[in-house]
Design a protein around this ligand. Structure first.
Ligand code: PMP
Length: 409
């Protein structure tokens, strides 16, 4: 696809070149976490070998270098998302922490008893549980836009009805990690904005896989995790529109986020530093910077096309297996497939695939309410990234066929 030598890119990922249970590793668990290219690993090593120091405090050389690299990473993330300013970028621990930050800082300040937080039925627990906790504290309610059938597409008619007062916030997943549904978030955010509803987009599965432009999407908040975008674990990003961040109180207190402190009161820094109390993960953003350079060096539009082609190929080949149940959209899916074999538990599929060197995920994928809605306990999931190949999909389908045969004897 797109004039890229995808096989050659595999050379950038040391971890891919190993055998598991005597078979060449096929890593199809990218929705859980992505692998790291050598340039990210090297960047982390170089930082710890040459520049490690605390940020924003020392005026010695190493502290200056660390601070510069940390803030350069913020600027890089702003460009990655097309934010208007690096001041709109807050470093977090991940998607989960970004959502909790918004729930506590924005939510406690802005939600009143009777207000409604609107979510879709597709949400990951991390875009559900923090809102439940907030709703209980402030006396707000949750409402859900339903999805239909095994395809899991959001019911647009119901959405149009629900997107109205007393809804104050609409928090939506961009790409569903369990079904591969891609939501038209730009359209939804535009309609929410017309009604004065604040929006948050969970970009955990989209940011590293497709071009993302927060201004074009028109959301108020956008969150993602470094570890799913070829970056290190322990770092994530919250984008917040400046107008909102400026009015939000801090959520954690401590060093680094203050202008001046006396024994009884404190004045806080402006965003984004107001939201980064204590020593942050410094190497994380620096490693993430290298990862974003790497991804954009390939081109996210190309990555997205490759993801989608692999997933469609896998979906179509799996669909030919008798007794398989496939979840998620038939066309236009993101780079993953979720499925069940007749009478075989998803965990058995994953265990047997592992013996063939194939890393899949089986379970509820942190979307228990969605699984219940679909009437299943779990699914098996293969999730792809740009370093996966059609040959790997062929091998995977062969193994799934063999598992099906084994159980239907
Ligand atoms: N939302 C979605 C859609 C996800 O796929 C994930 C990770 N599985 C998360 C949120 C949470 O991300 P993290 O665990 O990195 O905070």
């Amino acid at each position: 696809t797109g004039g890229v030598d995808w096989h050659r890119l595999r050379e950038d990922f040391p971890i891919l070149h190993q055998t598991v249970h005597g078979k060449p590793l096929i890593y199809f668990d990218n929705a859980a976490t992505s692998q790291k290219p050598r340039v990210v690993i090297e960047t982390l090593r170089r930082y710890y070998e040459r520049d490690n120091a605390n940020v924003h405090r020392g005026i010695h050389e190493l502290s200056n270098r660390a601070t510069q690299a940390y803030e350069a990473a913020r600027t890089r993330v702003a460009r990655f998302l097309n934010a208007r300013s690096p001041d709109e970028i807050v470093f977090t621990r991940g998607t989960t922490e970004g959502i909790n930050l918004v729930a506590q800082a924005w939510g406690l300040q802005n939600l009143r008893p009777g207000d409604v937080i609107l979510l879709t039925e597709l949400e990951h627990h991390s875009n559900l549980v923090p809102w439940q906790m907030l709703a209980q504290r402030v006396g707000a309610k949750l409402a859900f836009v339903p999805v239909t059938g095994d395809e899991g597409l959001v019911d647009e008619r119901r959405l149009a009805e629900l997107l109205a007062p007393p809804v104050k916030l609409f928090a939506m997943v961009h790409v569903s990690n369990s079904l591969g549904v891609v939501n038209p978030v730009a359209d939804w955010c535009a309609r929410a904005r017309q009604r004065g509803i604040v929006t948050l987009v969970d970009g955990a599965q989209s940011a590293g896989h497709m071009p993302v432009d927060v201004q074009a999407i028109g959301c108020d908040f956008f969150v993602f995790s470094g570890h799913k975008t070829c970056g290190p674990t322990g770092v994530g990003v919250l984008y917040g529109r400046r107008e909102l961040l400026e009015h939000m109180p801090p959520w954690q207190g401590g060093g680094e986020m203050i202008l001046s402190v006396d024994y009884h009161q404190t004045t806080f820094k402006a965003p984004p530093h107001r939201f980064e109390a204590g020593t942050p993960d410094i190497s994380g953003p620096i490693g993430l910077h290298a990862a974003l350079d790497y991804l954009d060096g390939i081109g996210r539009a190309r990555i997205w096309q490759h993801d989608q082609e692999l997933a469609q190929y896998a979906y179509d080949r799996l669909a030919a297996i008798p007794g398989i149940r496939l979840f998620g959209p038939k066309r236009g899916r993101a780079g993953l497939v979720s499925f069940l074999l007749n009478d075989v538990h998803a965990h058995d599929v994953v265990t047997l695939a592992d013996r063939e060197g194939i890393a899949l995920r089986g379970g509820h994928h942190c979307t228990q309410p969605l699984m219940r809605k679909l009437g299943v306990e779990s699914t098996a999931r293969a999730s792809f990234y740009f370093y996966n190949t059609f040959e790997e999909v062929d091998r995977f389908v062969e193994v799934i066929r063999a598992i099906q045969k084994f159980f239907s004897r």
